[in-house]
Write a protein that binds this ligand. Structure first.
Ligand code: HEC
Ligand code: HEC
Length: 258
């Protein structure tokens, strides 16, 4: 069957146009991937804390980090990064850091090796001893506290954010904190914690675990804490891990940086 010449011409033109579009799409896709590959390579070569001075690289890292966080971290840390104090999972959007001060390089290290993850380079310098048990600290010998001492030191800690507690109980709690409980050794004499070992600030009203009530503080002191964040080295590409660190740094620094 012969088509009228006009229809054949239109059909040919359509096929040609379709082919041209396909070629353009493949080329654009290729360019896009090449562009992403180049950014990914640049990201790995960059000094972590200097990435924010390179706006295209920074934007790329945030885009990639946000997606990877949603896929791998949100199950524990929450899609909104707010964590879950009922499970001891910290808020990653605030400026309060257990480890370090929120610099990209510091966050990257935590993500790479994790916290008490079992990886030899994981953060694992201290645990919160379980003071109501016979052997409070598995790393070295520590004496347990009596129920009375636990109650007094819990009130002392509660008093950091709730002034006006009973003075005598506070004085007893002070003694436990600064003497036989060795709280000062990890949390500092002023209770403000130590980001070199992941000991939280006890004065800022931000709680890793529980709601900051006297009962919940007592629970942490009596039963101890040793939260675990898995390591991601070997499970996610290095550039993805760095991207997540850039993303978390930007979010915690405030909306203007995101
Ligand atoms: C060997 C170091 C060490 C000692 C000693 C220690 N702590 Fe801790 N404490 C920690 C660490 C580390 C954490 C956080 C644990 C985690 O991340 O799971 C913590 C967490 C806590 C928390 C929970 C804070 C929060 O934000 O939820 C409280 C309360 C606390 N400690 C009070 C005390 C008191 C009171 C004493 C003394 C009786 C004490 N700690 C002694 C290391 C220590
Ligand atoms: C199985 C639950 C779980 C998953 C999945 C998880 N985390 Fe964590 N993460 C935790 C817990 C629990 C802590 C607190 C550990 C502690 O008590 O010291 C934590 C702590 C952290 C910290 C330390 C925050 C600070 O204040 O210093 C960072 C950073 C972090 N996680 C990032 C990530 C990233 C990024 C991912 C995904 C690639 C991730 N986590 C996946 C449970 C998890």
């Amino acid at each position: 069957m012969k088509r009228p010449p006009e229809a054949a011409r239109v059909a040919r033109a359509r096929i040609l146009a379709g082919a041209a579009l396909a070629v353009i799409a493949v080329a654009a896709g290729g360019l896009w991937y090449a562009h992403d590959d180049a950014l990914s390579a640049r990201l790995l070569m960059a000094v972590p804390d200097g990435i924010q001075n390179d706006p295209p690289l920074h934007a790329y890292a945030i885009r990639r980090g946000r997606a990877a966080f949603a896929a791998h971290c949100a199950s524990c840390h929450g899609a909104d990064l707010a964590g879950d104090p009922t499970r001891g999972i910290p808020d990653l959007a605030d400026r309060d850091w257990l480890y370090g001060s929120g610099r990209v390089g510091e966050i990257e290290r935590t993500i790479l090796y994790g916290i008490r993850s079992g990886h030899p380079k994981a953060w694992n310098l201290a645990i919160m001893p379980a003071f109501a048990t016979a052997n409070p600290n598995k790393f070295y010998k520590m004496e347990p506290l009596t129920p009375r001492e636990v109650a007094d030191v819990a009130l002392y800690v509660y008093g950091f954010s709730h002034p006006g507690q009973d003075a005598q109980a506070l004085a007893r709690g002070w003694a436990v904190f600064h003497k036989n409980g060795f709280c000062f050794d990890c949390h500092g004499g002023d209770g403000r914690g130590d980001p070199a070992i992941g000991a939280p600030d006890l004065t800022d009203g931000i709680w890793l675990t529980g709601n900051g009530s006297l009962a919940s503080i007592t629970d942490s002191i009596a039963h101890g804490l040793q939260g675990i964040c898995p390591e991601w080295i070997g499970r996610l590409p290095a550039a993805t891990i760095r991207s997540i660190a850039v993303y978390l740094n930007a979010v915690s620094a405030g909306p203007s940086h995101e």
